[in-house]
Design a protein around this ligand. Structure first.
Ligand code: ZN
Length: 68
């Protein structure tokens, strides 16, 4: 299994789409809990990092691709 890496500002796809039909979420807070905001309706949810890791499908857009 490859480790999933994500950073603040990344746009990710989850295993389940938001009820509004959009499956694109922006990471707006990164800590023990992670807050993601639906790109479709701007609704935001806070979930524990462990749960986020389980529900994350893939990273769609990386906010910062610099390696420094
Ligand atoms: Zn939504």
């Amino acid at each position: 299994m490859e480790a999933k890496s994500y950073e603040l500002g990344d746009v990710v796809q989850m295993k389940k789409a938001h009820p509004c039909g959009v499956n694109e979420w922006k990471i707006i807070r990164l800590g023990a809990d992670i807050r993601i905001k639906c790109e479709g309706c701007q609704h935001s949810v806070m979930i524990p990092r462990r749960e986020f890791d389980k529900k994350l499908k893939k990273v769609l857009v990386q906010a910062n691709t610099d390696e420094n």
